[in-house]
Design a protein around this ligand. Sequence first.
Ligand code: ASP
Length: 312
Amino acid sequence: MKEHRRTALAVHGGAGTISRKEMTPVREKAYREGLLDGLRAGQDVLLQGGSAIDAVEAAVRRLEDCPHFNAGRGSVFNADGQHEMDASVMRGDTLEAGAVASVQNVKNPITLARRVMEKSPHVLISGLGAFEFAHQEKITLEDDQYFFDQFRYDQWQRTKGTDVYQLDHSDDDRKFGTVGAVALDREGMLAAATSTGGMTNKRWQRIGDSPLIGAGTYANNASCAVSCTGHGESFIRAVAAYDVHALMLYKGLSLEEAVHEVVHKKLPPLDGDGGLIAVDREGRIVLDMNCSGMYRGWTDEHGELHTAIFKD
Ligand code: ASP
């Protein structure tokens, strides 16, 4: 097997209309620390020769544990004042994938998604059934209090009882959240993972793009690994993550060109505000968005860690 000496890792903590004037130095530091924490967790795995799938799970678990991001612990409130979470993982070598939708009280939905991939004959399970599976697999559960966050609660109170549903992280009514990771390991395996609390005040067990393979998450060793964040309905209609792969494979575009096409040409006409992170099989990383910011972090070719928030 060809040894790829370069490993690569990127993470995101959601994209949206992130305003500079709302961003205090304290908040900015907290977000950057959260991203670095996720990066370190994933990079530790890769540097020890671990696999890309272990790396993306480790990175996303850390981001799920951080209350600043809309996933796991920091998940937003739905219309019933509860937390319903979606997550998915995919490995680029075998194209195996696992996902969960509308799960409650699961500390790390990404680990449950991986368990679906490895221990069930299915790709996507949801709601109470997923909870039963989590129980069977002895996945760590937490009570509602663990997921309570005053900031998220106040955010929900502003929309409660209305028809307005919101994505996270913005100052107007277009809010985004979600976390994700993509990685390339030493053996050349690509993997992607995405996890979210979805939209504030969502109803009817609404499910976004994050747990849908091809929409919010995709990995294929033939091309790239992708994790998306943004207006889920649009990303589903654009089959955004898979489209990056398809543009590379069938049209011969580079990762940068393929991401540009999806983020700036295909998504905007579908009202698809947001962004994505992607890595190709050479370890090139692209982090792009069509809105003012995306919480993001990446490793460079020297193994240094970087974070950024705003588009420019
Ligand atoms: N894409 C996620 C969803 O629609 C939300 C986000 O990325 O902020 O559920």
